[in-house]
Design a protein around this ligand. Sequence first.
Ligand code: HEC
Length: 156
Amino acid sequence: MGRVFVFLLIIGFGFTSDVPFPENWKNMNFVEKGVILRGNPLYGIVPGFHKTFMNDTAYKHFKKHFTTFKQKGSPPPFPKGAEVVFVNFKDKEGKVPRIILIMYKTGKAEDEGGWKWEGFLMPDKKRIVKNPAKDCANCHYKGQKDWDGIFIPHAK
Ligand code: HEC
């Protein structure tokens, strides 16, 4: 009995990423904001208003290759340690977060696209990603295996 319990516990951890909750998301570098409307495939997960933020490592890369990003070209992949945080809000002013999605670059082959993928349901910070490939990366890499998996569609 005890053994079975320990086994299940290990399996449980195996499906949970170790991406920490980004406590400082409000102070990260703001990149873009937008509204996900009905009809958008993302509507089922993150309807309404959102803001996207980057940590300093990601932001430096983004700024350096800004023109290429803006023209939807093929900038080099984000460096290790880059973190991109997508905050979906319950309200239109961006005060009450509903879901916080994260991509964290490890560059490791075992992580989908070299990113760790995680999502937190607010306010409890409950982890929502069970299977990064199925839950997240499939859509981010749809049809394009040779890109870095980042959209940032209306970067400013
Ligand atoms: C149905 C397709 C789809 C799924 C599933 C999906 N995403 Fe996204 N994601 C997008 C699109 C499209 C954007 C850009 C949205 C925008 O800014 O308007 C985006 C944006 C993001 C961003 C901001 C960086 C960027 O690429 O613009 C992060 C971080 C992110 N998603 C993480 C995740 C995580 C983690 C999951 C899994 C829980 C996930 N996504 C599931 C399509 C998807």
